[in-house]
Write a protein that binds this ligand. Structure first.
Ligand code: UDP
Ligand code: MG
Length: 319
């Protein structure tokens, strides 16, 4: 059994060497214990502007099991993961963050679960002690909201997961440009298993997920996986319509009874209310239309500038 490890890296020069060191020791011990026969570690440089790429080149030159893919620019975490998984040649692949927040030592248990028959093994963090208060609250709210809308997500699972060859092959058949991997995998079916772990503090450097990226990630997740907001627009519109009919009847009855008082509030309030609701749902609609626009253009999810230690030099595979 060959294991592929996929690591997206965006400006991670401070952690690359430590990741390599930890993985090298760990994976060699797995080989010695016959848990795996061979391995490769695929680092995807997501258009870093620091020394990440030169560090990767140095590692790749010294160790043929280190493979690197370098993008032409910053395409984002999910595209970087996608590229790595597309290039994985192993019988199974594990993805993990470069900052060592996902402890690599958990991979052993994941491999065992896979050997026991699970095609997808999700790493689920025990708590969010290491996160900032803000990240904790927003993340929990996001997961709750997604569940409410009927999106199948594994609670407290990020992108630390093991995929069998069957799951990897299935993944390659997903042609969508908009990618929200933690929603895609649970929707694939397959037998899965969950491994709990304690998320560590970032080894070095700062988060590569500023608020702007977090928000676009959340919007991506919602609009890629559910039409619930669109349905909500219909439901609210319908409720308004019924209310308008009742209001209309009431107005006519008042008029006939001669008790109608020319009211300011009853005219102005609905204008604000309905104006607001309409604008809000035009916004939601635009989000989906924009999504369709991106899909129709069928732009590549990522563009590879160069690969290192791959047989297929150059472009490589792309969805
Ligand atoms: N990352 C990436 N491209 C980006 C942003 C992040 O490849 O545009 C990588 C980053 O290098 C790391 C992983 O995605 O390996 C998770 O990012 P980070 O640890 O900064 O996120 P956080 O843990 O703070 O949510
Ligand atoms: Mg992190």
């Amino acid at each position: 059994m060959k294991l592929s490890v996929v690591i997206p890296c965006f400006n991670e020069e401070q952690v690359i060497d430590e990741v390599y060191r930890r993985l090298n020791t760990l994976l060699n011990s797995y080989m010695a214990n016959a848990l795996i026969d061979d391995y490769e570690v695929i680092y995807v440089d997501d258009g870093s502007s620091d020394g990440t790429l030169s560090a990767l080149k140095r590692l790749a030159a010294a160790d043929k099991r280190v493979r690197a893919i370098s993008f032409s620019g910053n395409f984002g975490h999910q595209p970087a993961l996608t590229a790595g998984l597309y290039h994985a040649s192993g019988d199974m692949a594990v993805s993990l963050d470069a900052d060592l927040q996902d402890p690599p030592e958990v991979i052993g248990e994941m491999i065992k679960r896979c050997a026991d028959g699970a095609d997808i093994v999700y790493g689920v963090r025990d708590d969010r002690q290491e996160d900032t208060w803000f990240k904790r609250v927003t993340a929990q709210a996001f997961y709750k909201f997604m569940t409410l809308m009927g999106v199948n997500l594994i609670h407290n699972h990020a992108d630390f997961r093991l995929l069998s060859r069957a799951a990897l092959d299935a993944f390659q058949r997903y042609g969508e440009v908009n990618r929200f991997l933690r929603g895609m995998f649970p929707s694939m079916g397959f037998k899965h298993s969950i491994v709990n772990y304690k998320r560590e503090r970032r080894f070095a450097g700062t988060t590569k997920y500023p608020l702007k990226k977090m928000v676009s990630f959340a919007v991506e997740g919602i609009t890629s996986f559910t039409n619930f907001p669109l349905r909500l627009a219909f439901v609210l519109g319908f409720v308004n319509f019924v209310a308008a009919i009742i209001l209309g009847i009431w107005t006519i009855v008042s008029k006939l009874k001669g008790s109608a008082v020319p009211g300011w509030a009853s005219i102005v309030l609905p204008i604000y209310l309905f104006g607001g609701i309409q604008l809000m749902f035009i916004g939601i609609l635009s989000e989906y239309v924009g999504k369709i626009y991106m899909e129709v253009k069928h732009r590549p999810v990522f563009i590879i500038r160069e690969t290192y230690n791959f047989d297929d030099k150059g472009q490589g595979k792309s969805p």
